[in-house]
Design a protein around this ligand. Structure first.
Ligand SMILES: Cc1cc2nc3c(=O)[nH]c(=O)nc-3n(C[C@H](O)[C@H](O)[C@H](O)COP(=O)(O)O)c2cc1C
Length: 341
């Protein structure tokens, strides 16, 4: 999501995307605060069905996923991006899960080769999402259209990251008017448009705005997982510890968004989701699908097989919780929980 040059952790100038990836692969980049899920208890139920009747599939934006999981936007354009994205794409096709590419700005500005974003040959059937920042709507409808169509995506997810921008070297300092511009583009944009945060929790004012627009879904990307104050502190060698606590924990971000979004809008839960039990809790709070970035990055840096076995582990864990709670599908987990104050 950042493409400017900064001094990287490798000790010399590297594109920021590579510096972020290096930091994420080699240091602790997760929030000091939890995602709040430890206060959630899944209630026991009775599985009045056969184990093999459990069904993890779900429909998302017109496609059927075998498992309700999205590879959140991570990368594209950087030195390591091609390998990471190809491993993710190969695994996503095999697993029947959805995937988003990382910010396409370097590609669209001709500062990075497009090959790390071109994934359709590896994942011809998956739900694939393009990715840009909300501020890029200033560049117009055709810019967004190009992001989607140039990679054969099914839609686009725009990141809304004001806190991250102000902590960056040369970050965006003007978000004024962008929601109005997006509202105009949405009127006849031919592909689904979703919004996401990047790990501080989507502002409730944006969720409320989206509920009145042709936005197809919100990924709350709450506090409790990858923390961009921490990452920027590492790559810029600055102390951003003070800002690490800012944000809405994923638990609260999901609950608030659920209370506002329309029934026909997707609610994606992400931000520190790491296990099948976390996934079950997200469905219990009303998420339609779950997203993860950091675990996918570390698996994909190794191999596609590592990604596949990581997701298979999640599937087994989620299955145990569904059985325990008497839920044949992830949707049936809704409200089968108690949240401690
Ligand atoms: C290395 C890395 C790069 C990321 N780049 C992007 C990006 O380009 N666009 C975006 O929307 N989000 C980006 N994100 C944010 C993730 O999509 C996600 O919202 C966030 O990491 C929280 O999820 P997690 O706790 O599972 O990592 C990135 C995350 C990581 C770890």
């Amino acid at each position: 999501m950042i493409e400017e040059k900064v001094e990287g952790v490798l000790g010399h100038f590297v594109p920021a995307k590579d510096a972020h990836i290096q930091a994420c692969l080699s240091q602790r980049v997760e929030s000091m605060r939890s995602n709040g899920f430890e206060t959630i208890e899944i209630r026991p139920g009775f599985p009045n069905f056969r184990r093999r009747e459990m069904d993890m599939s779900c429909d998302l934006l017109g496609k059927t996923l075998a498992f309700p999981l999205l590879v959140s936007p991570i990368t594209g354009g950087g030195r390591l991006s091609r390998k990471i994205n190809v491993n993710l794409a190969v695994a996503a096709e095999e697993l029947g899960i959805a995937m988003a590419v990382g910010s396409q700005r370097p590609m669209l500005e001709g500062r990075a080769s497009a090959d790390s974003y071109m994934l359709r040959e590896f994942s011809p059937t998956i739900l694939l999402l393009a990715n840009l920042g909300l501020v890029h709507v200033r560049l117009g409808r055709d810019y967004l259209l190009k992001a989607v169509e140039s990679i054969g995506a099914d839609g686009i997810i725009l990141y809304v990251n004001p806190l991250h921008e102000i902590l960056q070297a040369d970050g965006e300092e003007d978000f004024s008017g962008v929601l109005d511009m997006l509202g105009g583009i949405l009127i006849d944009f031919p592909y689904p448009v979703l919004l996401k945060e990047v790990g501080f929790g989507m502002a409730q004012s944006i969720v409320e705005w989206a509920a009145g627009q042709k936005i197809r879904g919100i990924d709350v990307a709450g506090l409790g997982g990858t923390n961009w104050a921490r990452i920027e502190g590492i790559v810029q060698k600055k102390d951003h510890t003070l800002f690490e606590e800012l944000g809405t924990q994923t638990r609260d971000a999901v609950v608030s968004a659920r209370s506002v979004l329309r029934a026909d809008q997707e609610l994606i839960a992400s931000g520190g989701i790491r296990t099948g039990v976390d996934m079950a809790k997200a469905f219990g709070l009303g998420a339609s699908i779950v997203g993860m970035a950091l675990p996918f990055l570390s698996w994909a840096a190794k191999s596609a097989e590592e990604v596949i076995s990581g997701v298979n582990r999640l599937r087994e864990e989620l299955e145990v919780v569904m059985w325990f709670s008497g839920s044949r599908t992830p949707k049936e987990l809704y409200k089968k929980l108690a949240v401690a104050p």
